[in-house]
Design a protein around this ligand. Sequence first.
Ligand code: SF4
Length: 236
Amino acid sequence: MAPFPAPLDALNTRIVACERCPRLRAHCAQVAHDRRRAYAEWEYWGRPVPSFGDEQARVLVLGLAPGAHGSNRTGRPFTGDGSGAFLYPVLHEAGFASQANAVSREDGMKLSDLWISAVVRCAPPANKPTPEEQRNCAPWLDEEIGLLRNLRVVVCLGSIAFNGLLAHAQRSGQISSRAEFSFRHGAEYVFSSGLIVIASYHPSLQNTNTGKLTRAMFLAVFERARLLAGVAPGSD
Ligand code: SF4
């Protein structure tokens, strides 16, 4: 008899089948059909992108949404686009990722003490999900955080992810109001549950090509997350 899937695997399976946002589902399917010329040989993923990582993770990285030709193509968060090319080398140097290169679901990448998710799981046109689409996807995040039993620190990449986490904290009774929380790179907050939040600029090309977010700044965020989560250096 086949064993029961792990709870986070089972959740990912349900997420991949989600159809709550007709606009996003249509967009992802269209992008997967049209393809970018450079990826003409790829069979695009084109579905909601499942989360990825270590189910025992003490650190969660929360992004905005899949890139149309990145994770909407490869089916794994931050894999195959410019944001991932900036993120994974930093995760590798900080000891959370087994390798620096993230190119496909079959590239051998393993994460240690880290889980990567997003507030919206389908690639939105112009990287802009509507408020309704963000609300549609929120129950997946609530369920996921509930299953990350060892979670201590959330690194929010960008203000939309930060606000998505605050909304989760309100729904789950960890904060009563969002008034005292503001997005600023490097800002840290602690919810009543003890969960620690670190805000970071998103590693989009717009931020990294302009120097708004440097590799040193980003590495400092993950070294701080490692320290706050009590993950020993080199424990991977
Ligand atoms: S964005 Fe989230 S809620 Fe909307 S269809 Fe995709 S997985 Fe479902």
